[in-house]
Design a protein. Structure first.
Length: 195
């Protein structure tokens, strides 16, 4: 129920804001390092690509909804000394409040923060099978989760440097949902183009 309320609020924020001539849309993409906050986890490389819409609200304030396709990996070492692995391909919807600071005539600095909702479409995991008398075997397969476990939500914050059309971003995000694989954090850097 809580996920439905968060999703509804995020979608309403996209549609109830007033239209302005200063609104623009664009494309973004980049790389990210993600890590589960579970024990013995380490950072792994991933990436993202998608679109964004920049809505001018008032003075230097903007709202920036995005729709991103992301790939994240999570790796850790189990107590038995074997590596565990989990990856997921997500559709992610961040809704960022953005404050614009003009540095000069050409460059602007944006400070961004807001919630995000993520839906894990599919992914892979390395499972460990214990066969009686034969020891331990591991295999890489596709994971299957219950439908509610596909959703994750959390907070995202970062800064971006913008010229007339180009965007350079550095972001961090932290999930607020623990299940099914623990909370996660990620750091990302990317570029974009506004039309």
């Amino acid at each position: 129920m809580k996920i439905k309320q968060i999703l509804l609020c995020m979608l309403l924020a996209c549609f109830i804001l007033p239209a302005s001539a200063q609104n623009s849309w664009g494309i973004v993409g980049g790389g990210l390092f993600s890590k589960s906050l579970s024990r013995d986890a380490r950072f792994s490389l991933g990436g993202y690509a998608g679109g964004m819409y920049d809505v001018h609200v008032k003075n230097s304030w903007y709202v920036q909804p995005q729709l991103l396709f992301t790939y994240e990996e999570f790796r850790s070492k189990t107590r038995l000394g074997t590596d565990s692995f989990f990856s997921k391909f997500n559709l992610e919807l961040p809704i960022l409040a953005s404050y614009n600071v003009a540095l000069n005539n050409k460059w602007n600095l944006r400070i961004n923060a807001g919630p995000y909702l993520s839906y894990a479409m599919f992914g892979r995991d390395k499972s460990i099978d214990y066969a009686y008398g034969n020891g331990m075997h591991s295999s890489l397969g596709w994971w299957h989760q219950d439908f509610p476990d596909h959703f994750t939500y959390g907070g995202r914050a970062g800064v971006s440097l913008e010229s007339e059309h180009f965007i350079y971003t550095i972001d961090g995000k932290c999930s607020l949902r623990k299940r099914p694989f623990g909370r996660s954090v990620s750091l990302s850097a990317g570029v974009g183009y506004k039309f």
